[in-house]
Write a protein that binds this ligand. Structure first.
Ligand code: DGY
Length: 338
């Protein structure tokens, strides 16, 4: 039953208990309890009249959503660091704040990328499948040979927080680190991580392991396509924990099948939750269902940060990790004028 004294907002999927407890404090919450992602028609219906929403990467926040919500909507607090599901210019146009959850999932996502890198290089899931199939075997010098990780070259495509966390891990494995990013950090950052800048094609030709850490934008969609895959070494491993569409999945499946690269480790997919059927048939790809940030502590930390953003906006404070601060500044200027 709606309580008119408590600002109403929508949470599009159940979050860990401590986050839900926090979100229930002082507000009137409409929660979509699942199963799966909130259906679009229900999302558009339920957002009507709400002052805020905690959304997921499976919810598309666009003009249609913002129009359906109505002019009282103040904030969309995304439960993810990635925000390619949000049309940020549209939010800004509608005067709606948008926020994400940076920082709290950096190390966990780098751990996941590292585990995919190791698993793909050393054929861990393939060995596991082999034994579970009750296949007969004796120890063999030529059995399931993988690629060394230690001492090799790690190529990071994207050198933000998670890319840098990967560089730190690489040091423990005695690896050389090269990176590519459109925003080149200051020299002291390169020195801190002992990482050298490369043009993308040079990085692909040099690296033994290529790990993707870019945002999904028009510029990064299919950044790794058939042509770029051909620039990689036949012994190379490609890892993606960013967003699926940065890699042309059909081209990757073909490259893996043809042995153009050694293996891949994928947490994200081009048409999530669908996985390209050819990938499902291949032994040299390790696939997990978008688990990059999926630890108990990190998923709680993400929810707490999303709640901080939502509550701040509803209480008239600047959300700590707002993506379009100009909306906040404009609101303040308007309030000062009136
Ligand atoms: C993100 O935060 O963008 C991840 O993909 C989910 O944790």
């Amino acid at each position: 039953m709606a309580d008119s004294s408590r600002p109403p907002y929508l949470v599009t999927r159940k979050l860990p208990i401590p986050c839900m407890d926090r979100l229930h404090e002082g507000f009137d919450v409409t929660l979509y309890g699942g199963p799966g992602a909130m259906p679009r028609d229900e999302l558009l219906r339920e957002i009507q009249g709400k002052v805020g929403a905690v959304t997921l990467l499976t919810d598309r926040i666009d003009d249609e959503f913002l129009n359906a919500a109505g002019p009282q909507l103040m904030i969309v607090a995304n439960y993810a660091v990635g925000f390619d599901n949000i049309d940020l210019p549209a939010c800004t146009f509608h005067g709606v704040l948008a926020s994400n959850t940076p920082g709290v999932l950096t190390e966990t996502t780098a751990d996941t990328a590292w585990s995919l890198l190791m698993a793909a290089a050393r054929r861990v899931p393939e060995g596991d499948r082999f034994l579970r199939a009750r296949s007969g075997w004796v120890w063999d010098p030529l059995m399931m040979l993988g690629q060394d990780v230690h001492g090799r070259t790690l190529g990071l495509v994207g050198f933000g927080r998670i890319g840098q966390a990967m560089a730190r891990r690489a040091r423990g494995f005695g690896m050389k680190v090269v990176y590519h990013d459109v925003f080149r950090p200051p020299k002291d950052v390169e020195e801190q991580f002992d990482a050298e800048y490369r043009e993308l094609d040079d990085l692909l030709a040099e690296a033994d392991f290529v790990s993707m850490h870019t945002n999904l934008t028009d510029e990064t969609r299919h950044l790794i396509d058939a042509e770029r895959l051909r620039k990689m070494k036949p012994t190379a491993v490609l890892v993606n924990t960013s967003r699926g569409p940065v890699i042309d999945e059909a081209a990757l499946a073909a490259a893996l099948k043809a042995g153009e690269i050694f293996a891949a480790g994928l947490d994200v997919f081009e048409r999530e939750p669908e996985v390209h059927p050819d990938l499902l048939e291949l032994d040299n790809v390790v696939i997990i269902p978008h688990l990059g940030s999926a630890t108990v502590d990190t998923r709680i930390a993400m929810g707490m940060l999303a709640a901080d953003n939502l509550v701040a906006a509803l209480e008239g404070r600047k959300p700590p990790t707002v993506l379009n601060p100009e909306v906040w500044d404009e609101g303040r200027a308007r309030a000062a004028r009136s």
